[in-house]
Design a protein around this ligand. Structure first.
Ligand SMILES: [Zn+2]
Ligand SMILES: [Zn+2]
Ligand SMILES: [Zn+2]
Length: 486
C-alpha cells in the first residue's frame, strides 16, 4: 500500500497542489512561497528591510518574524536571507558551488584560467538562469573538459565538442567574458557548414569549382559583412541555397553529358525550364561566366513577381494605435513594431540596432538609421527611452552591458531577425505592412531624402518610388542597376 499525500488548495493562489507549507495564513504552495520570498522591501510591520514572504490579516506582505512563520530562509553559507536552493543555501551560493564543481581542474580547485568565468557567472544578478543552465549534464561535461584541459580553450577546441545549442551558448559566454577572441557566430556556423558540405561532394571537379565559388563569391562577402556587424542568418541561408543549387546544376549538366565549360544555351534553358528552385542557380552561372568557367550564356531575369496588395492604411493605423497604448504587449515588441511601421525599417535592421544608435538631443529621442539621425515623434521617443532603461535579458551573465537595443537569448548577441519577425507577426506587423509604410513615406518625402535618413539604398528607394509611379525620373533611371528586394 502506498501513502498518498492529499491535494490541497493554496490559501493565496487557490491552485490545488500537493507540496506546500502550513503557515499562519493557511496552506501556501511552493510557487507562492517562492514569489513571497523574492519580494524584498521594508516590512510594513517592523520596518526592517528583508524578504516579505508572510501575510498579515489584510493580505499585506510582511517578514517571517512579524507573520509568525518558523520556516527559515537564512542561507547557511553566506547568512543572507532569501530564496533557498537545496542544502539550505541561497541561489547565489548554490550557483557558485555548482560552478566550482564543474570547473574543478582535477585537484579540487577551479582551473585558474577559468576563474574569470566563475567570477562572472557566479555574480549574475539573476542566479536562476545560471542554475538552470548548470543543471544540464552536457553543460557540466563541457565545462569539466575545459577545466581538466581535455579540450583546449580555443574556437577549434570548442568545435570539437558535440554540436548542439548548448555549445554555441558556451562559446558565446567565453567570448563575452574575454576567454575567447570574439568572432561572428553566423560566420563560424557558415565555416563549419562549408567544411562539411565540401567534404560531402563526391565528384572531385565539382568539389574544386564549388570550393572556388564558396571562397571567392560567398566567403569573402560574408566575412566582410561580419566585420561590419551586418551578417544576418538570412544571408547564410541564401548562400547555402545557392551552393546547393549549383551542385544540383552540375549534376544536371553531367547527366546531359556536358560539363559546365561546354554548357550550351539549350542546356541552361532546359535547367531553368524544368528544375525546382532553378533561379537560385543564376548567381552561380553568372559567377562562372565572369570567371570563364562557362561560355557566355543568356540568363533569365530574376525579377520577382509582384507582391500581394499591401494592407489598408486603416489596418496599419489600428496596429500602430495598439503598439502605442497596449501595455499588455512587451515593451521591446511595441518599440520594434513601431520602428517597422512608422519608419519602415526592415526587421533585419531593427534587431541589430545598437544602444549607441539612440541619441538624446535636448530631450528629444533620435535614432540613427542612415545618414542624419531621425527625431522620433512622441510618444514613440518616450517608449524607446523607457525600453532602453529596462531591456530584457540584462540581468543574466550572458548580457553584461549589452550594446544591443534588443539583446537576444544567446550571450553577447542581439535578437535574431527571425525571432523578432515571428513575435511581430503575431501583432500583425509583417513585411506587407512595412512595405505599405514605406510606400506611404515615399508619397510624402522625396526618395533621395528618405534614402539618406532611413538608411535605404538610393536604388531601393527609387525603385519603390517608380513602383508608385511617383515622379522621381532621375532616380528611376537607376532602376536598371539592381532589382534587390528589400
Ligand atoms: Zn499558491
Ligand atoms: Zn517584520
Ligand atoms: Zn548564500
Amino acid at each position: 500500500m502506498t501513502y498518498k499525500r492529499p491535494v490541497r488548495a493554496c490559501a493565496r493562489c487557490a491552485k490545488r497542489v500537493i507540496t506546500g507549507w502550513c503557515w499562519p495564513d493557511g496552506f501556501v504552495c511552493v510557487s507562492c512561497v517562492r514569489h513571497g520570498v523574492r519580494r524584498r522591501g521594508p516590512c510594513p510591520s517592523c520596518g526592517k528591510e528583508r524578504p516579505l514572504p508572510g501575510r498579515d490579516g489584510a493580505g499585506v506582505a510582511i517578514c517571517v518574524d512579524c507573520a509568525g512563520i518558523t520556516t527559515s530562509f537564512l542561507c547557511e553559507t553566506c547568512g543572507e536571507e532569501g530564496e533557498l536552493w537545496f542544502k539550505r543555501t541561497c541561489l547565489a551560493c548554490s550557483l557558485a558551488r555548482r560552478l566550482r564543481e564543474a570547473l574543478d581542474d582535477g585537484t579540487g580547485q577551479v582551473a585558474p584560467f577559468l576563474e574569470p568565468l566563475l567570477a562572472a557567472l557566479a555574480s549574475a544578478p539573476e542566479p536562476w538562469s545560471g542554475l538552470t543552465w548548470i543543471g544540464h549534464a552536457p553543460v557540466r561535461a563541457r565545462l569539466s573538459a575545459l577545466a581538466k584541459g581535455e579540450t583546449p580553450l580555443t574556437h577549434e577546441g570548442i568545435d570539437t565538442m558535440g554540436a548542439g545549442q548548448g555549445r554555441e551558448h558556451l562559446r558565446g559566454l567565453l567570448m563575452v567574458h574575454g576567454l575567447l577572441p570574439c568572432r561572428d557566430h553566423h560566420l563560424m556556423a557558415f565555416e563549419r557548414w562549408e567544411r562539411d558540405r565540401l567534404a560531402s561532394i563526391e565528384v572531385p571537379s565539382d568539389r574544386q569549382v564549388i570550393r572556388l565559388y564558396l571562397a571567392w563569391r560567398h566567403h569573402r562577402d560574408l566575412a566582410a559583412r561580419a566585420e561590419a556587424g551586418r551578417l544576418t542568418a538570412q544571408a547564410l541561408t541564401t548562400a547555402r541555397s545557392r551552393v546547393n543549387t549549383a551542385l544540383r546544376l552540375l549534376a544536371f549538366l553531367r547527366e546531359r553529358d556536358v560539363g559546365l565549360e561546354r554548357c550550351a544555351q539549350a542546356d541552361l534553358d532546359a535547367w531553368f525550364a524544368t528544375a525546382s528552385n532553378s533561379l537560385a542557380a543564376v548567381d552561380f552561372v553568372r559567377w562562372a561566366i565572369e570567371h570563364r568557367r562557362c561560355p557566355r550564356l543568356v540568363l533569365p531575369s530574376t525579377l520577382r513577381r509582384s507582391a500581394p496588395p499591401p494592407p489598408s492604411s486603416s489596418e496599419r493605423s489600428r496596429i500602430i494605435a495598439r503598439l502605442l497604448s497596449d501595455e499588455g504587449v512587451a515593451l521591446a515588441e511595441r518599440v520594434a513594431g513601431l520602428l517597422v511601421l512608422l519608419l519602415a525599417q526592415p526587421v533585419t535592421r531593427v534587431c541589430a540596432l545598437a544602444t549607441t544608435d539612440v541619441l538624446d538631443r535636448n530631450g528629444e529621442v533620435q535614432l540613427r538609421l542612415g545618414g542624419a539621425p531621425v527625431t522620433l515623434p512622441q510618444p514613440v521617443g518616450e517608449l524607446v527611452r523607457e525600453h532602453l532603461g529596462d531591456r530584457p535579458h540584462l540581468r543574466t551573465a550572458a548580457h553584461r552591458a549589452s550594446p544591443w537595443l534588443f539583446p537576444g537569448n544567446s550571450p553577447g548577441q542581439h535578437l535574431t531577425a527571425s525571432q523578432l519577425a515571428s513575435r511581430l507577426r503575431l501583432l500583425g506587423v509583417t513585411v506587407a505592412t512595412r512595405k505599405a509604410a514605406l510606400h506611404q513615406l515615399i508619397g510624402e518625402v522625396p526618395a533621395p531624402v528618405l534614402a539618406d535618413a532611413l538608411g535605404y539604398h538610393p536604388t531601393t528607394a527609387a525603385r519603390l518610388s517608380a513602383e508608385l509611379a511617383a515622379d522621381w525620373s532621375g532616380y528611376a533611371a537607376s532602376r536598371a542597376a539592381g532589382h534587390r528586394t528589400i
